[in-house]
Design a protein around this ligand. Structure first.
Ligand code: SAH
Length: 469
């Protein structure tokens, strides 16, 4: 196909980024703003050998899954990709993508997949955290919002419908404060200016609010005044801090925190466990679905009170402490020191003395401890919850050597999940249960929790078969 050619096609699938996929005589075209089932007219804007990118000209006949997006900036904003799809079809799409990855990348057949757990009620306003980039509009006004898809130009968004209503209040106060004192937003191209991002986190059960300004420097002029405005206007405000990020990087947060107000953390509950969370620590963003996901992880772990459990990539100890209630001993490993500080505090806060935490890379800490024990260190259950790139082979190798009866794999990327499951299943494990859970409605992301059983531990296989009945 030639550039600028106008063509018609049916959208048959969607990419990781939510672009529709059409086929024209075996040639694949990616077209933004389309939905599976749309019949569209499009213009080819970029052409490679076997694929190209098209721009939507007209929807000739809309997909049965199409709905009117609730958010006025749904199309330009890169935050959501699936708003034009009904929630039911979003769930189907996500479930089939997880299955597809397990089949294609993991080469699994007869996948024991349970129906995806979607959100009940309206799947909006679910996020407890927002990170708004700060910039300038063409006419010089300070704006906050989200990046447009694939670029870093900021689409101004006053009220993101996935976020908490308090975000709007916070971003308004910060931008007015910046205008008043001529504080410049950060400019990625020149690497100048001060304020990069505004991070707001809310405690879903506690109503506490934390604000953190990411700055290209170490001082915020007149910060006492900002703290005063925020504390007067924002109910539940418990923490205001600065995060120093002076690097030329896409990473939002730097390592250093400067506390301006409060104790430097916010508290929230998951089930009946209380957690302290620093701005640097990972915490699941959808509190309603998190309880369901961790509930499944706990169920899959099949604990009866006597088990030794390792929770790798443990963050602030969320899954660890959830499991510690039902296990003999839990060990957590996490790379971010501030998160491990939180994890230790959280164990104390909840009077749990059977959880111990280590800072470091999971792929280094576990192999080292295993080697130090002379190969005797064992676990009944190992839980992993890695970032998108999945687990390192050095870690998977050690897990296989430790031969736990059960492995519970929590994943935010089903492609790397499928790769890692194949590795484990080629070495004695078996896929027992697969559960997708929608933590991120309107976006393309899905969380999945998987139970693997050790084929060599016969007694276990019998027990888990009973469990399935
Ligand atoms: N289980 C936690 C956190 C999961 S997110 C929860 O549910 O809240 C993944 C975590 O892995 C993050 O906290 C991240 O800081 C951490 N991490 C990333 N790479 C790591 C590595 N190589 N070793 C250990 N932890 C790592």
């Amino acid at each position: 196909m030639e550039k600028n050619e106008i063509f018609e096609t049916e959208i048959v699938d969607m990419t990781e980024d939510g672009e529709g996929i059409g086929k024209v005589d075996g040639f694949t075209v990616f077209i933004k703003d389309t939905v599976i089932g749309d019949h569209v007219e499009a213009k080819l804007i970029k052409s490679k050998k076997t694929y190209g990118y098209g721009r939507l000209v007209k929807v000739l006949s809309p997909s049965a899954f199409r709905v009117e997006p609730t958010c006025p900036v749904a199309a330009p904003c890169g935050g959501c990709q699936l708003q034009a799809m009904s929630y039911e079809s979003q769930l189907k799409f996500k479930e089939s993508r997880v299955r597809g990855h397990l089949e294609r990348i993991g080469r699994f057949t007869d996948i024991p997949m349970e129906p995806i757990i979607g959100m009940e009620g309206e799947p909006l306003r679910y996020r407890n955290k927002a990170q708004f980039p700060v910039g300038k509009s063409k006419d010089g006004q300070i704006i906050t919002g989200f990046y447009a898809g694939r670029t870093h130009s900021i689409i101004p968004v006053e009220d993101c419908l996935l976020g908490m209503p308090v975000n709007r209040q916070v971003t308004k106060i910060v931008t007015e404060f910046m205008e008043k004192y001529h504080i410049e937003p950060y400019n990625e191209e020149t690497h100048r200016g001060l304020v990069r991002h505004i991070l707001v986190r809310c405690g879903f059960h506690t109503g506490q609010v934390m604000v953190c300004l990411v700055i290209n420097g170490t001082k915020l002029p007149r910060h006492e005044e900002l703290v005063k405005c925020l504390s007067e206007a924002v109910p539940g405000l418990v923490s205001v801090s600065l995060n120093v990020n002076r690097e030329k990087t896409n990473a939002i947060l730097g390592r250093e925190l400067i506390n301006l107000y409060g104790h430097g953390y916010l508290e929230d509950m998951i089930g009946d466990v209380r957690f302290r969370i620093s701005p640097l620590s990972f915490f699941q963003v959808n509190p309603v679905q998190t309880e369901k996901l961790y509930g499944k992880a706990l169920e899959f772990a099949g604990l009866s009170g006597g088990e030794i459990v390792w929770d790798l990539y443990c963050g602030i100890g969320t899954i660890s402490l959830f499991l510690a209630k039902k296990a003999k001993q839990v060990y957590g490993v996490e790379i971010i020191p501030a998160a491990i500080e939180n994890a230790k505090e959280n164990a104390r806060l909840n009077h749990m003395d059977n959880a111990e935490f280590f800072v470091g890379k999971a792929e280094e800490v576990l192999p080292e401890k295993y080697a130090q024990s002379g190969g005797t260190m064992a676990a009944d259950v190992i839980v992993v919850d890695p970032p998108r790139k999945g687990c390192d082979e050095a870690l998977l190798d050690t897990m296989v050597k430790m031969a736990p009866k059960r492995i519970v794999y929590v994943s935010c990327n089903s492609a790397t999940l499928a790769r890692d499951l194949r590795f484990l299943c080629d070495r004695g494990y078996e896929l027992m249960r697969v559960q997708a859970c929608d933590m991120f409605p309107m976006s393309v992301h899905t969380e999945t929790v998987v139970l693997l059983g050790n084929q060599k531990a016969d007694s276990y296989v019998e027990r888990s078969l009973d469990m399935k009945d």
